[in-house]
Design a protein. Sequence first.
Length: 478
Amino acid sequence: MRHEDLTLHTDKYQINMMYAHWKNGTQNKKCVCEAFYRKNPFGNGYAVFAGLERIVYYLQNLRFTEEDINYLKEQEEQYEEGFLQELREFRFTGSLASVQEGSIVFPREPLLRIEARIFEAHLIETALLNFMNYQTLIATKAARIKQVAPEDYFMEFGSRRAQEADAAIWGARAAYIAGFEATSNLLAGKYFGIPTKGTHAHSWVQSFETEEESFRKFAEALPDQSTLLVDTYDTMKSGIPNAIKIGLELKEKGKTLKGIRLDSGDLAYLSIQARRMLDEAGLTDTVIVGSNDLDEEVISELKSQGATITSWGVGTQLITAADQPALGGVYKLVARESNGEYVPTIKVSGNVEKVTNPGFKTVYRIVNEDTGKAEADYIAMVDEALPEKDIYLFDPVETYKSKTIHNYRAEELLKPVFNEGELVYDLPQVDEIKSHFRSQIKMFWPQHMRKLNPQTYHVDLSEKAWTTKMELLKEATK
Ligand SMILES: Nc1ncnc2c1ncn2[C@@H]1O[C@H](COP(=O)(O)OP(=O)(O)OP(=O)(O)O)[C@@H](O)[C@H]1O
Ligand SMILES: O=P(O)(O)OC[C@H]1O[C@H](OP(=O)(O)OP(=O)(O)O)[C@H](O)[C@@H]1O
Ligand SMILES: O=C(O)c1cccnc1
């Protein structure tokens, strides 16, 4: 895969902070930053983490080229030559721990943790959030869509409506991770090994004298691979009957009409009629594909109306996450080096939800061994040992809400990816990520997974992490 130069894919304030640290002689001080989001998108109960693969490529390829340096020289800030020289030597030498792609994740828990020179930690914030926020958003939307028809086949059709090429390609990958089976985008297929699928457009039908001729020619070219689009003129009167005619001709030659595609009108009514007509003609193996501005709400509604569509092409609503086009993931400094030690740092807010969780932390999934289900996620300091037997969990805001899990195991969600600049993580193939997603979904009670008004899954702080936060909060607001 091509990795373009993304080093200047950052907000100017990052470079300005780097410059000011360099002027101050503090650029090599280390810090710890965390990326997390505060609110689940789409009213969902969880998100599906994605974006790590691109983050890895980005960090591996961070270099300021002479062209980048020359561009920086032109800026009104008039950065000094010594700083630009420092940028010429810039490499990512920090450590990154991350949640695995395809993992189910929740608000306020660290998804990425960076330990690096403050110089590096600043530069990478913008790109890391950009990749994580978009891909996690699309993976989450895909999971919601798949959830309404888990037995059906889902194809990602969004490239023409995506916010440009990167979004189409990485969005196709995110959709595949979290429930889609294929994409129409061949470049995404080639890069990531995702299965690709395609039917034909209305333009194919329009380019012939008659619909029937267009169907016949298409079926002759792709005898076992034809899905015929039946709504160019009149779905009931010509599209379906013509497709059946061609299906029967194929059958005589020992071939199968793979499918018909409905792309307008009442998809429930039309698919019920089409299924009946196809079955009556003996074309029981021909599947019905549905498309036309679909999302989880429309598909769920169509299912409840008895639609016989078993294969769905979903574009615009998925790839643009139309009902919530951004995930508000943030990147916060949680500890800074002082006299060779890490000191926890806090960001205070009038809104209790927005007060950051200070300190060099990690996050565990607490799984009840009696049920095999995840009970809560648990944020603790990295140097903190978890209790051997019973773990006490309490809500960090409403602390009287608590429970103890007696027979538990703790799975650390943050895995080492870079260690002092060196990649220590084998990037999994996209199919491994997809099966990781499937196994993750099974670990949660359905009440947290439902798409409407799900029950909140708890993300708790260890007593030590909570006390650290309270002490810093008291100090900061004194
Ligand atoms: N039975 C149904 N119940 C609910 N929504 C449906 C149903 N059938 C189709 N839809 C959805 O309704 C939306 C609009 O469809 P509508 O029939 O108004 O326009 P259209 O068929 O695209 O029109 P056109 O013929 O101009 O293309 C689409 O998102 C479509 O998927
Ligand atoms: O509706 P979406 O979920 O975004 O799915 C993709 C849409 O793109 C195509 O339409 P378009 O009108 O672009 O071309 P066409 O002539 O092939 O129908 C296709 O027919 C779908 O309707
Ligand atoms: O293959 C298709 O039917 C297709 C692909 C992209 C967009 N709309 C339809």
